[in-house]
Design a protein around this ligand. Structure first.
Ligand code: AP5
Length: 264
């Protein structure tokens, strides 16, 4: 992606975490490689659309110093490219996304594979929104085995459907730094303006009711089976996603630490 079309690159003040490197493919240097204390955390976050994976990935990024890597962010950034710069596969991916459907595995894998350096990064990573199908999970497993990089854990966030829909319908996202707000739960100080960078807040196209229904069905059909997949690999950590984002993050870290102590 060119700097011109890269929303994070346009605003160097926001280029402070590994998300910038993730946006620019593996040829880019990570803007802020922070060395983790001890072994780096390499996490996958699972859970239905709107459960709060992105919010938790941001908090875990700050607290565990592992970069937040979101495939949804990659596709949203790609959708800002001029149409003539988009490949046919990417145009098709944008159509899937607008309707709330999953992007085909081959397109997703191409984008992730181009960023293998982010997976190798010594700071670790928090994968948000990937893998989302058994095929993607198998591809990730093979890549990590060939790189001899073990996953630390897979965190599965659980929340009743009614609360998920309320979270999604009130979500607002910063067009520049991707910070996420909620109109009532986590409002910005000034309505419509990002607290972090002053960017404009917008409502995602796929947060319309008709797309939400399609996304939930895609989750049940394609992503929920990953819970059993990772359980059978002994990696699954289930977390109740009720309470404030800070409470959920503390619950996550405590569960991860307990798991690490047991494994030692
Ligand atoms: P993606 O961006 O990954 O969307 P998603 O999985 O649907 O997840 P969301 O971003 O909607 O929700 P979230 O769980 O991150 O919740 P958030 O923290 O924002 O993917 C979008 C699309 O891209 C897909 O539909 C697909 O088309 C495509 N795609 C991406 N990856 C793909 C892949 N691997 N394969 C195929 N296709 C792929 O929180 C939601 C709201 O709740 C916010 O307003 C937030 O402020 C609020 N909130 C969060 N926590 C709390 C809390 N504790 N209390 C109250 N409110 C809270």
């Amino acid at each position: 992606m060119s700097a011109q079309n890269n929303p994070l690159k346009e605003n160097p003040a926001q280029n402070k975490n590994g998300r910038a490197g993730w946006f620019q493919t593996s040829s880019a240097d990570c803007a802020d490689v922070r060395k983790a204390n001890g072994s780096p955390w390499r996490l996958v976050l699972l859970g239905a659309p709107g459960v709060g994976k992105g919010t938790q990935a941001d908090l875990l990024d700050q607290r565990l110093h592992a970069c937040h890597l979101s495939t949804g962010d990659l596709f949203r950034a790609a959708s800002k490219q001029k149409e003539c710069d988009q490949s046919p596969a990417m145009k098709a991916a944008m159509d899937h996304m607008r309707r709330g459907e999953l992007v085909p595995d081959a397109t997703v894998w191409e984008m992730v594979r181009e960023r293998t350096d982010c997976i190798r990064c010594s700071s670790g990573f928090v994968l948000d929104g990937f893998p989302r199908t058994l095929g993607q999970a198998e591809s990730l497993k093979q890549l990590m085995e060939s790189e001899k990089i073990p996953l630390s854990a897979v965190v599965n966030y659980e929340l009743p459907l009614a609360e998920i829909v309320a979270r999604l319908s009130g979500r607002r996202t910063c067009e520049k730094c991707k910070a996420v707000y909620h109109v009532t739960g986590q409002p910005p100080k000034v309505e419509g303006v990002c607290d972090r960078c002053g960017g404009r807040l917008f409502q995602r196209e796929d947060d319309r009711p008709e797309s939400i229904t399609v996304r939930m069905a895609a989750y049940e059909r394609s992503t929920a089976p990953l819970i059993q997949f990772y359980k059978s690999l002994g990696l699954l950590v289930s977390i109740t996603a009720t309470g404030s984002p800070d409470e959920i993050c503390a619950r996550t870290i405590s569960a991860l630490e307990t798991r690490t102590k047991i494994a030692v």
